[in-house]
Every structure is written in structure tokens, then in C-alpha cells.
Ligand binder design. Sequence first.
Ligand code: SAM
Length: 190
Amino acid sequence: MLQTALRYSHTLLKEIIQPGDQVIDATMGNGNDTLFLSELVGPEGKVYAFDIQEQALANTREKLGDAAPQASLFLAGHETIETNVPEDQPIKAAIFNLGYLPNSDKTIITLPETTKQAMDAILKRLTVGGRMILVIYYGHDGGAAEKNEVLNYCGDLPQKSYNVLTYQFINQKNNPPILVCVEKKKGSQE
Ligand code: SAM
């Protein structure tokens, strides 16, 4: 069976992340991706994880258990990656789940401008062969604008420097999520 966008995001991360790598979870939420990343990088690696809701940090802290030491949880928007992740820190992978926290306040959503700031900061730090992945949920108010911003931003990245993939079930109802994967190419200057 074909994988869901969410499962495929994990497949794409698992293919490249090695123990000891430094990675980013740009939208911590309930901590599912933070835990997955923490297990992949292991105790020698580091996960920088961001969310603006106290509840997200509490849920993630609880979920992490033994994997907690390698995760740094920031109660801060991903627009602060530029200041919270050192500029010379090589980042192997980053993941976003855009939208709102399930079973929570549906008005607290990721936004086009801050998502763009985060993507700018991540691409500056991404290693060659590294991947930035976005799973875009866009059925809510404001979701379409963010979807368009992300697709335009990633679609405009130069082919010489990046491979950009989209993955979506195009015959499903109710706005199925879109996965975007940006991979930095060898010889990239950006
Ligand atoms: N990956 C998460 C998980 O495993 O449960 C789900 C993430 S949920 C779809 C989106 C999250 O983005 C919400 O928890 C929301 O609080 C958070 N968020 C909204 N604006 C943000 C921002 N500027 N920076 C970081 N997180 C933000």
C-alpha cells in the first residue's frame, strides 16, 4: 500500500538521519516527530524542537521519556530558528507539520510569513544531502494561503542547488495533506 504523507515523511527522514546528527522539529505539537527524530539521532545527536504552546511542550516532554536528553524544547516560534540554532550548526533534516494542534485550539495555526522565515533559516544550515520536509494541512481558515506560500517558495528554489518533491493523494476528498521535501544538492552554493 502507498504510504500516507505523514508516514512517508518519516521514511524520507529515516533514509538520511544517522546517530549523532543535528535536526529540527519546527512544529513540536504532541511530540510524535520529536520522539521519532530523537530516536534516530540517539544520545550523541541533537533535536531542536519548537512550538508556541505550553501544552505542546508538556505533551512532548511526557512522550520523550529516555530520549529526552538529546531534545532541546523551545517555547518559541520556529521563526526564532535564526537566533536559537547557531548559524554554523550543520542541520541534517527538518520537519514541519503545518496547521493546528489536533484536539486543541484550531485558531492557533502556523502562518505563511513565519513559516517562510523558518524555511530561510533552515536552508542556510542544511547540509548537502540534507532534507527539509513540510507536511501541509490546509483545510482550515488560513490554510490555503500558507499552502500557496510554501509551494511557491519551494517551487522557486533553483534546480542547480535543490531537488524538490511533492507527494499527495490527488483523488482524495477533504484536502488531503501535501508533503514537500527539499533536498540540498552536492555543489550547492545556497
Ligand atoms: N508534529 C506535531 C505532532 O507530532 O504532534 C503536530 C504539529 S501541529 C499540526 C502544528 C503545531 O504548530 C501546533 O502545535 C502549533 O502550536 C504549532 N505552531 C503554530 N505556530 C507556530 C510557530 N510559529 N512556530 C512553531 N510552532 C508553531
